[in-house]
Design a protein around this ligand. Structure first.
Ligand code: 5GP
Length: 215
C-alpha cells in the first residue's frame, strides 16, 4: 500500500477553501482525511446558524501557554502566527493517516505551507484563488458580515500571500465548486505518481534491471 500524499491547501481569505474541502470529503470519504489544527484564537460563531465552533472539530482551542508548551515538546509539524494568534498542525493524526494511505489535507496559511515544503519535499502545495482580484473583493464585501476595515486588512494580506503563490506546486482557480473540487482531486491523484513519491518503486525497478546482464 502506498503512503498518502501530504496535501497543503492555502488561499486568499474568501477563495472558498472550506467549501471545496467539504465537497472533496463528501465525494471521496475514503480517500481524504482533514487535519484539525490547534489555535489560540477565540471560538467564532457561525453567522448563519448561530452555533459556535467546537473544540476538536473546527480546531483544538488552546491557551497561549499550552500552545507554547506543545511547541517546546515538538508536537507540531509546523506552526505560525497569524493575526496575533498561534496556529499549528498537530503531528500524531497526520502521520497516522498518511501511514494508512489516506491523503491528508492541511488547510493552512502561507508561512506554515512553506515550512511543510521545506521539511517534506514530497508534500503537495496547492494555492486556491478566485479567477481575479475583483471577484475576491466582491466575495469579501458580499459576505456582508465584515467591516470595511476587515475587508481592507484581508485584501492587504492577499497582496502579501500573492507574493508567495509561485512557490506552490499548483494554482487552483475556484470558479465553480464541483469543477474546482474535481480538479483538486485530479491534482492529488496525480501527485501519487511523482518520482519523489515513488522511491520504493524506483529502487525496486533498478534492482530488477541489475539482474539482467548485457555485457
Ligand atoms: P481562521 O482563524 O480564519 O480559521 O484561520 C486563519 C488562517 O489560519 C487561515 O489562512 C487558515 O488557513 C490558517 N490556519 C489554520 N490552521 C492552521 C495551521 O495549523 N497552521 C497554519 N500555519 N495556518 C493555519
Amino acid at each position: 500500500m502506498k503512503r498518502g500524499v501530504l496535501t497543503v491547501l492555502s488561499g486568499f481569505s474568501g477563495s472558498g477553501k472550506g467549501t471545496i474541502i467539504k465537497k472533496l470529503l463528501s465525494v471521496h470519504p475514503d480517500t481524504y482525511a482533514l487535519s484539525v489544527s490547534a489555535t489560540t484564537r477565540q471560538k467564532r460563531m457561525n453567522e448563519k446558524t448561530g452555533v459556535f465552533e467546537q473544540d476538536g472539530v473546527d480546531y483544538f482551542f488552546l491557551t497561549k501557554e499550552e500552545f507554547e508548551k506543545r511547541i517546546v515538546e515538538d508536537r507540531f509539524i509546523e506552526y505560525a502566527t497569524y493575526n496575533e494568534n498561534y496556529y499549528g498542525t498537530p503531528k500524531d493524526y497526520v502521520f497516522e493517516c498518511l501511514d494508512k494511505g489516506l491523503d491528508v489535507i492541511l488547510e493552512i496559511e502561507v508561512q506554515g505551507a512553506l515550512q511543510i515544503k521545506e521539511k517534506f519535499p514530497d508534500a503537495l502545495l496547492i494555492f486556491m484563488t478566485p479567477p481575479d482580484a475583483e471577484t475576491l473583493y466582491q466575495r469579501l464585501i458580499g459576505r456582508g458580515t465584515e467591516t470595511e476595515d476587515v475587508v481592507r486588512r484581508r485584501m492587504k494580506t492577499a497582496i502579501f500571500e500573492s507574493s508567495l503563490m509561485d512557490r506552490y506546486d499548483y494554482v487552483l482557480v475556484n470558479d465553480t465548486i464541483d469543477e474546482c473540487a474535481e480538479k483538486m482531486h485530479q491534482m492529488v491523484t496525480l501527485a501519487h505518481d511523482r518520482a519523489v513519491c515513488s522511491t520504493k518503486l524506483i529502487d525496486e525497478i533498478k534492482k530488477q534491471l541489475n539482474t539482467f546482464s548485457f555485457d
